[in-house]
Design a protein around this ligand. Structure first.
Ligand code: ADP
Length: 449
């Protein structure tokens, strides 16, 4: 109302006063003529401004520097304000959409939005990976057409959808297990959330196998010991040699269980260490000497054993772990080399790396077993390993120690010819020479038959 008074009545009043003055001065005809002239000028100005406004609205442009007067300034000003506000709102929406797309792309979970006919409306990159699809090409395609799986189609159709569904399939050459969940978005749209549980299932399988293996390993010695205890408790008089044999079997079975428990504990300790091994210098020469003595003791003179080490190097690491890993390799060489065979322990430098190698002329290992040797409880010949007191954990321990020392275990073997197990230590973990052990140089090649 205020604006009406200001702009319309104000202008009308001014025109009337002006025309009255003209009438009084020049006569009523001039007064009416001037009034008509003012009205025509006002109508022309309003028409021009309406045209300008129309042009701006249709082509979204006003002439540069155009300054309409009166109420039109306010109209244009308001429209400019509205336009600016709309632009800001659009920018905010664009930013929000970009943020949403970034978040969607970063999500480890897959998200697919589908309509009531299961057609894909949108999905994030994880969902593309999980289902082996590409949004660009597959937008609008039916998901159940792309993923031909009867149970999956049933799951999508069931109303209300069960809480979750496990889909196992091969995508681009890889086996995937996906846990799916449908979330209703609206009458027409649903969101399918996928979670890759492949690794979780594998870990669970490894855990189950591990428990089954430990139980299996303990069951046999426990049954033997339990059976003999029953025999002893029955009180039947056993002759002295049988009594001795029973006790000695009980002792060896108890020893086997003890070895198994000790190796399990040592493996679990190694697996729970996340920090790298300490970098305390462990001189190689005395370590090799100790391993050489151990090999001779285990072999009981049945093998030709040689130790080649003329180095003053040290390995930067944990002495107890390195000794445990290297002695596992030496024990295996003695265990899997028939009497009369040859075993060589060696420390050498290769392109800056230090290599501890145990070479034997033993039974060897077929190529298909090599990749699995460091798995817990994996044995090529279960009976032979047991007979010789093996637990199936030795190489798993060696692998853990190697990882802990940024090192690698390399295995080369040929059935019937022998094997070489090499523990490769990177140059960063080789310490400076120790003159104190230079005496080893005088007698670098030790051998024993
Ligand atoms: P085990 O306690 O049975 O020796 P390991 O983990 O030390 O367990 O070794 C796993 C398997 O690898 C052994 O059971 C054996 O079949 C094979 N193996 C290890 N070292 C040798 C070797 N030097 N020669 C032949 N086979 C070997």
């Amino acid at each position: 109302m205020k604006q009406f008074l200001k702009y319309v009545l104000g202008a009308l009043l001014a025109t009337l006063i002006f025309s009255t003055l003209i009438s009084l001065a020049f006569g009523w005809i001039w007064g009416i003529a001037s009034l008509a002239l003012f009205m025509a000028a006002a109508a022309a100005r309003d028409s021009w401004q309406l045209l300008t406004l129309n042009r701006w609205l249709t082509r979204h442009q006003a002439s540069a520097g155009y300054q309409p007067g009166g109420i039109w300034s306010q109209v244009f000003g308001r429209l400019h304000g509205l336009e600016k506000h709309a632009e800001q709102t659009q920018q905010k929406l664009r930013d929000a959409l970009e943020r949403f797309q970034h978040a969607g792309a970063a999500l480890p979970n897959g998200v697919i939005v589908i309509d009531r006919s299961d057609r894909i409306l949108w999905c994030n990159p994880s969902a593309e990976r999980h289902f082996g699809i590409a949004l660009k090409q597959d937008r609008g395609q039916s998901l159940t057409y792309l993923i031909r799986h009867a149970d999956f189609a049933d799951y999508l159709q069931s109303q209300p959808s069960p809480s979750s569904f496990i889909l196992r399939r091969r995508v681009r050459g890889t086996d995937l297990s996906l846990s799916l969940e449908v979330v209703p978005l609206s009458e027409d749209e649903r969101m399918l959330v996928t979670h890759d549980i492949t690794q979780m299932e594998r870990d669970e399988q490894v855990r189950r196998d591990f428990v089954a293996n430990v139980s299996h390993e303990l069951r046999t010695p426990l049954t033997v010991v339990g059976g003999y205890i029953e025999t002893l408790l029955d009180g039947d008089s056993l002759d002295v040699p049988t009594h001795q044999r029973v006790l000695s079997t009980m002792r060896s079975q108890t020893q086997r269980m003890q070895n198994l428990v000790e190796e399990l504990l040592s493996l679990s300790r190694l697996e729970s260490q996340h920090a790298p091994a300490p970098d305390l210098p462990v001189p190689v020469a005395p370590l090799m000497q100790q391993l050489f003595q151990m090999a001779r003791h285990l072999s009981e003179g049945q093998h030709d054993i040689e130790c080649l080490c003329d180095s003053t190097d040290s390995i930067l690491g944990s002495e107890s772990e390195l000794l445990s890993a290297f002695s596992n390799l030496v024990t295996n060489a003695v265990r899997y080399t028939p009497p009369g065979g040859k075993i060589i322990l060696q420390w050498r430098r290769e392109r800056g790396d230090g290599v501890f190698a145990v070479q034997d002329s033993g039974i060897g290992i077929a190529a298909e077993h090599l990749p699995r040797l460091t798995e817990r409880f994996y044995r090529v010949d279960r009976a032979r390993s047991r007979e010789t007191g093996g637990t199936g954990l030795g190489l798993a321990i060696v692998k853990q120690v190697a990882m802990h020392h940024d090192s690698k275990l390399e295995i080369a073997s040929e059935p019937g010819k022998g094997s070489t197990f090499a523990f490769r230590v990177p140059s960063g973990r080789i310490g400076p020479g120790h003159p104190a052990h230079a005496t080893e140089k005088e007698n670098p090649h030790l051998s024993e038959s």
